[in-house]
Design a protein around this ligand. Structure first.
Ligand SMILES: C[S@@+](CC[C@H](N)C(=O)[O-])C[C@H]1O[C@@H](n2cnc3c(N)ncnc32)[C@H](O)[C@@H]1O
Length: 277
């Protein structure tokens, strides 16, 4: 993948990076992201990924699209030797500040995912990524190749992500799911006008456009198969760790659910895949 590959999508990535620089500053201070709780010693990881990925002690872990490092550093506290990557310079600076404040060793690298093989020359026991990553990537096939490139032989890839089905619904519908867009991938991104972060309804900035892409469940699975990784499982969950829609209700275990026993939808999925030696 050379420079030409990025050129076609550069303006989308630049706009998205600029937005994520703004989001990072707001999110760091927001209640949603629980930075203070993390600094008091709480993990920001959810039971889904903690239980499914298992013991990470002493393992090298590459966290793709790490935002400002809360989950990266939480894996560090679980004993992993962590590296976080994100294309937002603000997010990476805040991640380093957070690591210092928490007294944790971690490495954070600013890079577009698609440039990473040219920036980082290492393989990892675990490649991890989670919640809200795929919609920012235009080429899921190439993403799979990059993920696989960084997994050591004998290593593991793990993702916990919002289910692609959610893409079809209006994020802001107040009362119930409302279908507003198609499920399948189009190379032309969807444009959204944004003037504040999903993590803080109050802090506003001048409205700007972001660019996002749909990727079906089949596209994700085929990207992993194509990359040479061996799928171990695909799980679907009728619960999410964040309130992705205003009408979801919080259950006793802290997860958000659609409160209609007759109509249960997958809100999150997880995949574990192995690279055979
Ligand atoms: C929703 S966040 C990450 C999810 C993480 N679980 C969290 O909420 O802290 C998405 C992240 O992807 C990053 N990102 C988006 N497109 C990227 C790209 N092409 N390369 C690297 N990072 C990217 C953004 O900067 C942002 O930090």
């Amino acid at each position: 993948m050379g420079e030409g590959y990025l050129t076609e999508h550069e303006k989308f990535f630049e706009a998205n990076r600029d937005l994520w620089d703004k989001f990072a500053k707001i999110n760091y201070e927001s209640k949603t992201y629980k930075t203070k709780e993390f600094l008091r010693g709480e993990t920001t990881l959810n039971s889904i990924e903690l239980e499914e990925l298992g013991d990470v002690k002493g393992k090298t872990l590459l966290h793709l699209q790490c935002h400002f490092g809360l989950d990266t550093l939480s894996w560090g506290r679980e004993g992993a030797v962590v590296t976080g990557v994100d294309f937002s310079g603000e997010a990476i600076q805040l991640a380093r500040k957070l690591a210092d404040a928490a007294g944790l060793d971690a490495r954070f690298i600013q890079s577009n995912i698609y440039d990473l093989p040219e920036v980082l020359d290492e393989k990892f026991d675990i490649v991890f990524t989670s919640y809200g990553v795929h919609c920012w990537l235009n080429d899921i096939r190439r993403w799979g190749e990059i993920v696989s490139h960084f997994v050591k032989p004998g290593g593991t890839f793990y993702i916990a992500e919002f289910h692609p089905l959610l893409w079809i619904f209006d994020w802001d519908a107040k009362d119930d799911f409302k279908m507003v867009r198609g499920y399948f991938h189009s190379p032309t991104p969807c444009k959204f006008d944004v003037d504040g972060s999903y993590a803080d309804g109050e802090t506003k900035f001048e409205s700007q456009t972001d660019y996002e892409w749909a990727h079906s469940m089949a596209d994700v699975i085929n990207a992993i198969i194509h990359s040479g990784l061996r799928m171990e499982f695909l799980h679907e969950f009728a619960k999410a760790p964040f309130q992705s829609f205003p009408f979801l209700k919080q259950a006793d275990d802290g997860y958000w659910v659609y409160d209609n026993p007759e109509v249960q939808l997958p809100l999150v999925y997880s995949i574990k895949a192995a690279k055979d030696e």
